[in-house]
Design a binder for this molecule. Sequence first.
Ligand SMILES: [Zn+2]
Length: 212
Amino acid sequence: MDPIAKLTAGFQKFRVGRFEEQRGAYESLVDEGQRPKVALVACSDSRIDPTVLLQTDPGDLFIIRNVANLVPPFEEGGEFHGTSAALEFAVQNLDVDHMIVLGHAHCGGIRSMFEPRGIGVDDSQFVVPWMTLVWSAYLRVQGTMPDAPVEEKAHVCEQAAVLVSLENLMTFPSIRDRVGDGRLRLHGWYVDIRSCSLQVYDPVQQHFELVG
Ligand SMILES: [Zn+2]
């Protein structure tokens, strides 16, 4: 089927199926507005669809997607901070209780840093500079396991990048304040769709723990 026709057919299916079944819930979400309790930063990767993987309902999740599920540090100035704008809206307007950074296995963005040509010499205009956000994680992996296969390095870096994003979240004053007084909790998650497993970062033990 033509990929666009598949999408419009999908919407027709939604209208007579799920929408009809949950019409009341959709009407409430419009009349009363959205009040998601959780904001989630996920990768743009077509295989990592949070609403499918986490089986959520409309209104459950405020989702921010970008290449490699990265959070930039707080920066003043500049004009087009898409991820920062969405984070600000989640915290200041929606007042979410939780914020999750959802990393994932087989991430093309992370993997691109380990490709033979390497970061900084690619002809990418936007992805390469964007990926320098987790340059520290890349360097740590290259330093601690220089001879490991790329697959293994990328896996370690994918998880390390989640931690860098969690650190960067804390550079936003509005997030730092809310975490400080307990109004907001931050979470680092990692999903693998090959093994169909979910790991959650335990800040006390300092490792990702399998939860399902
Ligand atoms: Zn990815």
